[in-house]
Write a protein that binds this ligand. Structure first.
Ligand code: NAD
Length: 425
């Protein structure tokens, strides 16, 4: 094994690092007040892609009014559909081009942010969007995007990827390119206040999955002689960020779900999600995401519900490798703010399962209506996510995927036959 892989937590050895981020990231209650200034840095003709359910809420209308009050010309587009069907993008891009958009403002959850990124792409580069599916296929800069998330989860405001669902394909697909990293991110936790429990829980647990998969990803060997891959696997610059994310989300996500208007919990969860986005935006994610894409397509359930459900089972599987198990334990220590000597990989697995239970993430794939005889097809489809599996910390064989799916279907953790065993050793 090369020297850059398998290092114990903290011992970074020769692990290299890559970070690609917006030039400006502002975080904090009330930070949306900066938007007129931040948006004006990029142009005066603003194409605002806004989540349709939020467009008429007081916070968002005040944001849009402040932009026009500052002398900016704003065209608002609200035809954003959750999980982003690709067919909706071309006509939106035509509208943005005809309007002469100089900057795209994105306000909403991951669906609105990803829509904005792809509209910004299609304003400059010829469609259809399918041309850009995959990694590093965007030929150059896009219209600058200022991203303002209203969910605490996807991290899309800082990442180089936009995910769409394409009816012509069985799986969701991504466009991944450093050119899709927004020019600026303004993350104001107030915009998540009052979001319903399901939205808070599923977007928040997705953020925890981002942190966990970023921290446990296999590092790709660095080759500085050509264009680096968009996603590097675990890297030296993101490791501490992923742990910080876990430390925010672990204690505070259940509180934010329980108390939707609690400002402190919203602050912590929004910060955790942003940090997780910063981490996985450079490293990528792996097994939970590879398996969620077919599961989401089959069950039409929210993205975070699927990734969150799978997380304890994936972490449990990772315990099979001693080096990776050490990382799983370190992740759990950060999650629970534990001294390292009290942490173990198994404890991490059980803590994540408890967290899921506390916030209402279903415990098994059976609860999503998936039949046991569908698992082989899901594994087969999961194997197609080559980019994600390339940084899986264990050899991503069909057998491994089937094993994870089988246990997630039946609710078996801890490598034993006991269903959702909760004893921590
Ligand atoms: P979403 O954007 O699909 O929104 C889900 C629902 O929540 C919508 O009905 C929306 O109207 C509502 N909503 C959003 N903010 C709200 C608020 N403050 N109050 C009340 N309701 C609110 O959900 P999401 O989880 O943010 O995003 C999921 C999408 O993001 C998926 O398509 C997923 O594939 C993608 N994703 C992208 C990245 C990335 O880096 N680009 C990462 C992870 C996931």
């Amino acid at each position: 094994m090369p020297e850059t892989t398998g290092a114990a937590p903290g011992a970074l050895a020769c692990l290299p690092g890559t970070l690609r981020l917006p030039a400006r990231v502002h975080f904090g209650h009330g930070s949306r007040a900066l938007l007129p200034e931040v948006v004006a840095l990029h142009g005066r003709r603003v194409f605002a892609v806004v989540d349709p359910f939020l467009a008429t809420t007081p916070h968002i209308t005040a944001v849009l009014d402040a932009l026009t009050g500052a002398g900016l010309d704003v065209r608002t587009y609200t035809s954003v559909t959750p999980e982003l069907p690709v067919g909706t993008l071309d006509s939106a891009a035509v509208q943005a081009r005809e309007y002469g958009a100089e900057v795209v403002l994105a306000i909403g959850g991951g669906s609105a942010l990803d829509a904005a990124k792809l509209i910004a792409l299609l304003c400059v580069h010829e469609g259809p969007p399918e041309r850009y599916y995959g990694e590093n296929l965007v030929p150059g800069p896009v219209v600058p995007v200022v991203a303002v998330p209203t969910t605490a989860g996807t991290g899309s405001e800082v990442t180089p990827v936009a995910v769409v669902s394409d009816p012509g394909r069985e799986l969701k697909v991504g466009v991944s390119s450093p050119f899709l990293v927004p020019a600026a991110a303004v993350v104001d936790p107030d915009l998540t206040l009052g979001a319903p429990r399901g939205v808070t829980a599923f977007s928040g647990i997705d953020a925890l999955v981002h942190a966990a998969e970023s921290y446990t990803a296999r590092p790709l060997p660095a080759d500085w002689s050509g264009t680096p891959p968009v996603f590097t696997g675990r890297n030296a610059l993101t490791e501490p960020v992923a742990l910080q994310a876990a430390g925010r989300l672990g204690p505070w996500l259940p509180v934010a779900v329980r108390e939707p208007v609690g400002r402190h919990a919203r602050h912590e969860v929004a910060l955790g999600a942003l940090l997780a986005g910063i981490a996985f935006g450079s490293t990528g994610t792996h097994l939970c995401h590879a398996l969620q894409y077919p599961i989401g397509a089959l069950t039409k359930t929210p993205h975070g519900l699927g990734t969150g459900l799978l997380l304890p089972y994936v972490l449990d599987a990772l315990r099979a490798d001693a080096d990776v198990a050490v990382r799983v334990a370190a992740f759990g220590a950060a999650l629970e703010h534990l001294p390292a000597e009290d942490a173990s990989a198994l404890r991490t697995v059980m803590r994540v399962a408890e967290l899921n239970e506390a916030i209402g993430v279903p415990a098994t794939l059976a609860e999503l209506g998936i039949e046991r005889d569908q698992l082989a097809d899901i594994a087969e489809l999961g194997l197609r996510s080559a980019r994600l599996l390339a940084i899986a910390p264990l050899e991503p064989s069909r057998e491994l995927l089937l094993d994870i799916l089988g246990r997630a279907h039946a609710g078996i953790l801890d490598g034993t036959d006991s269903h959702r065993k909760r004893t921590v050793v």
